[in-house]
Design a binder for this molecule. Structure first.
Ligand code: CU
Length: 152
């Protein structure tokens, strides 16, 4: 019995270590009018571990259905494209920001626009879960080093 208990506790401490290898920060969800049932979420992913991490799924407590997206240029037009996965290489930082990678949240729950914040969940290919609290705001910066444009 004792042997089994030790094996289980090692398993859980390894899980906790893996969890800490990807930090999700500066999470924001774009605030849109109440008539909108979908919006985009942005955040910064920092892989502090020694192995690549591939995000394969996402969810939110205000949306039953989320997709990983990016923007591509097609015939000079910026278009959204769904991605099956996004890999953050070991030691690298990836910015989800307007015009680039973003998380689309669909079928948003009623009155989501009245909330100040919501939870985002990211899952990697090894089924590790990463959770972050995202601010729901219309002030979305363009990413590191850039500030919001002033509203006139
Ligand atoms: Cu999109």
């Amino acid at each position: 019995m004792k042997k089994i208990f030790i094996a289980v506790s090692i398993y859980f401490s390894t899980m906790a270590f893996v969890y800490a290898e990807l930090s999700v920060t500066d999470a924001k969800i774009r605030l849109l009018p109440a008539t909108q049932s979908q919006t985009a979420a942005y955040f910064t992913l920092q892989n502090t571990g020694s192995e690549d991490i591939t995000i394969t799924a996402a969810a939110s407590d205000i949306s039953p259905y989320a997709e990983l997206h990016t923007h591509t240029m097609q015939d000079g037009m910026a278009q959204m494209a769904q991605l099956d996965s996004v890999t953050i290489k070991a030691g690298e930082t990836l910015h989800f920001k307007p015009g680039s990678f973003h998380l689309m949240l669909f079928s948003l729950q009623k009155n989501w626009h009245k909330l100040k914040q919501a939870q985002l969940y990211l899952y990697d290919e090894d089924r590790n879960k990463y959770q972050v609290t995202a601010q729901i705001t219309k002030h979305i910066s363009m990413g590191s080093g850039h500030q919001d444009h002033k509203h006139h």
